[in-house]
Design a protein around this ligand. Structure first.
Ligand code: GCW
Length: 698
């Protein structure tokens, strides 16, 4: 099989090779579920790296040994649970890491390695980190030759930057997955929870190895049957799944139906200020905690895309969220309340309603009103996970509210795991965006990690891209997105290049040609996809409903509020204050001014913010229409080149994976031509302007 981040030695000879002395024994004192997991992983991982599994020694059987007698060994434990781990570090060293942070130190003699953390979760992350480091180091020492052999003992201190590092499954109990492109659900089939807990455990393992610590296991669109997850009908099953994740330090959440008091409880109303309704949630939540004592809380999609919510009762979202917060508070639970709230029954002729404005307009006025165990979950952009859109102006607008940023790992609008699109560069760009909320240096990553506004809860959430597919993700290279999401959540300073390099080496080994070509493919893929799809930040232009493939006017006259307004004169959405919807004013002054003016608005977002003639000249020196032609010809050619690059790797990667990727890249190359032709032809006919290079436009 193939793995995300689970190191596997390819029978390689290694200069450090020969197992380091410490790798023969693991010494442990504590009995804890997550530490047991860590030990199993360490034992298996070292076994794979060095060909021999270490022996685990519990202190009970070793208690009389002196320090010297114990060596060589690797000691594993928490500060509170293992004094021999604790004493290996100075107080200052230990103080530098908290919670899930950890320290790893290899002794110069290579006789001893120590792994320590405040928590069992930290120990588990340390083990995965160590296995990853050793695997990567193995590759580097192969390259460098024996010179590098074992010279520098390891000393690693890591602290996760984001507190909540969450995955959202959009899985339904019938076994389907909304926006899933990797087969059926691994959680459910035919209205029941799966009996195959093994696959769920593998998933927990995969997620934990990248640093994930929370998961919601059902679709945010909570249908009839899933509304019963909070009840006896399913709670036993939910508890079994929670146990699998618990062993890997991952907290389980459920998406709840806001109208549950009616649909499940038989009440007449779901009004958040109604006493009976509040009591219903209190009682039901207590039942959930009776089954799952460490339950994370509820994820809620309310008043969004026809889902029920507090608006029905003329209450606002703070009323709704705070009611649930009250039910969860006694148990330490959280409400994760989504901000994807907009009018999905718009009229395209109405130019004043702008979907991009919606989240800010709804939530900004509520800043400061949410209970302290409520977290708002905000999509990265104001529209919906397009390949290019502006960042959500809600980041930086709510100083007194906990918030997490929501990304979409599943490639709904970025090729549905049939096209290659490595999303980490996009996420990096968003995280590095300066909101100026507190002056220069107020990047989104500092809002997501809670530091800018000193929030109690904060972090990342993202929609998963996995299913029952043998490679987990449909397109095997789409694994890099899941891996990259986890790694960025842990440390947003990691570069897209470094993450790609890690993933490729851990997955395919250290063959230089493979590493170079596959990382090259990943790193260029998103620009390529952007080139042949909707231009200059305008978005959409996809087939309605399933969102795959080009359809320039697919949403143009629909109710969803996603327009490009192309006519024979020009294209783009005027979101300026001066003459448009006024959306630009939702940003802090520096960004508002930059987007408001055609002179300073960046090219790649010009059609997101402005309606311009086709002859408008971009900063690049090209007209809009020529830019459209050029990028589409170029993008289709680049997609073809991706295929050629992959073909060069035949014989160097596992043949099953080789063939699967080759087939997908062929499809992408073909489909990119369809995109090129649909887009170019449409704009050629609308504008009547010839391509300067007189290429064939259909
Ligand atoms: O983008 C839209 C998707 C819906 C999804 C919704 C959301 C789960 O097309 O499938 O619903 O976003 O994020 O709630």
């Amino acid at each position: 099989g193939y793995h995300v981040a689970l190191p596997e030695a390819k029978g390689a000879t290694r200069t450090r090779t020969a197992a380091p002395l410490w790798s023969r024994h693991i010494d442990v004192k504590e009995q804890h579920l997550v530490i047991d997991t860590a030990l199993t992983e360490l034992k298996q991982g070292l076994g794979k790296l060095y060909g021999e599994q270490p022996v685990i020694r519990h202190s009970q059987t070793q208690s009389t040994d002196s320090d010297e007698q114990r060596k060589p060994s690797i000691r594993v434990g928490t500060w509170a649970g293992n004094n021999q781990v604790t004493s290996a570090f100075t107080e200052a060293e230990r103080a530098a890491v908290q919670g899930e942070g950890f320290i790893i130190r290899e002794h110069e003699s290579l006789q001893e390695m120590v792994i320590g953390s405040e928590t069992p979760q930290g120990v588990l992350y340390a083990v995965f980190h160590l296995l990853r480091e050793l695997t990567l180091k193995q590759g580097k020492s192969e390259e460098a030759g024996p010179a590098l052999d074992g010279v520098k003992p390891l000393f690693i201190t890591e602290q996760p930057v984001n507190q909540l590092r969450m995955i959202n499954q959009w899985d339904n109990v019938d076994g389907s997955i909304e926006r899933g492109y990797a087969g059926r659900s691994i959680f459910y089939e035919n209205g029941e929870f799966t009996q195959d807990l093994g696959r769920i455990r593998d998933y927990a393992r995969l997620l934990a190895s990248t640093g994930i610590n929370a998961i919601s296991i059902n679709n945010v669109n909570v249908h009839k049957q899933e509304s019963l997850f909070l009840t006896e009908r399913y709670l036993g099953d939910v508890a079994k799944v929670a146990a699998e994740f618990r062993a890997y330090g991952i907290r389980l959440f459920l998406c709840a139906n806001y109208a549950s008091p009616i649909e499940v409880g038989g009440l007449q109303t779901a009004d958040p200020l109604d006493d009976q309704v509040r009591e219903w949630w209190n009682v039901q939540t207590a039942k959930v905690y009776a089954a799952i004592p460490d339950f994370g809380g509820y994820v809620i999609k309310a008043d969004s895309e026809n889902r029920p919510g507090p608006f029905t009762y003329n209450r606002d979202h703070a009323d709704g969220a705070n009611m649930l917060a009250e039910a969860l508070r006694p148990f330490g639970g959280l409400v994760i309340w989504r901000c994807f709230v907009y009018d999905c029954k718009q009229d395209w002729r109405d130019r004043t309603t702008d979907r991009a404005r919606a989240a800010y307009d709804h939530f900004k006025p509520l800043d400061g009103r949410f209970a302290d165990n409520v977290i708002l979950q905000i999509k990265n952009g104001p529209m919906d996970f397009q390949v290019r859109e502006a960042v959500s102006p809600l980041f930086g607008a709510m100083e007194n509210t906990n918030q997490v940023i929501e990304f979409q790992i599943t490639q709904e609008y970025t090729g549905q795991q049939r096209h290659l699109a490595y999303l980490v560069p996009q996420w990096k760009e968003i995280l590095d965006f300066d909101t100026y909320a507190k002056g220069k240096g107020s990047e989104i990553k500092r809002i997501a990690d809670g530091s800018l506004f000193q929030r109690q809860y904060s972090g990342f959430a993202a929609v998963s891209n996995i299913g029952a597919d043998a490679s987990w993700t449909g397109h095997p290279l789409a694994q890099a997105n899941l891996y990259g999401y986890g790694r960025l959540g842990w440390n947003p300073e990691l570069s897209a290049e470094a993450i790609a390099d890690e993933w490729v080496r851990l997955t395919f080994g250290h063959d230089e040609q493979v590493v170079e070509r596959v990382t090259g493919m990943l790193l260029s893929s998103l620009d390529i996809y952007e080139n042949y799809t909707a231009p200059l930040g305008v978005g959409w232009m996809v087939n309605p409903d399933h969102h795959y493939g080009p359809n320039v006017d697919g949403y143009e006259y629909s109710k969803w509020g996603t327009y490009h307004f192309a006519d024979c004169h020009g294209i783009g959405v005027d979101r300026t204050v001066k003459s448009g919807t006024g959306y630009t004013s939702q940003y802090h002054a520096e960004n508002a001014a930059r987007y408001e003016s055609l002179e300073t608005c960046p090219d790649e977002l010009i059609l997101f913010f402005h309606h311009v003639p086709y002859t408008h000249v971009l900063h690049s020196g090209k007209t809009v229409i020529q830019h459209i032609y050029d990028t589409h010809f170029e993008g289709a050619a680049q997609a073809e080149a991706l295929l050629e690059t992959w073909r060069e790797l035949e014989g160097k990667v596992d043949p099953v994976i080789f063939n699967k990727v080759a087939t997908l890249q062929e499809e992408q190359a073909d489909h990119a031509k369809e995109w090129r032709d649909m887009i170019n032809t449409y704009f050629y006919r609308k504008s009547g302007i010839q391509d300067e290079q007189a290429r064939k436009i259909y």
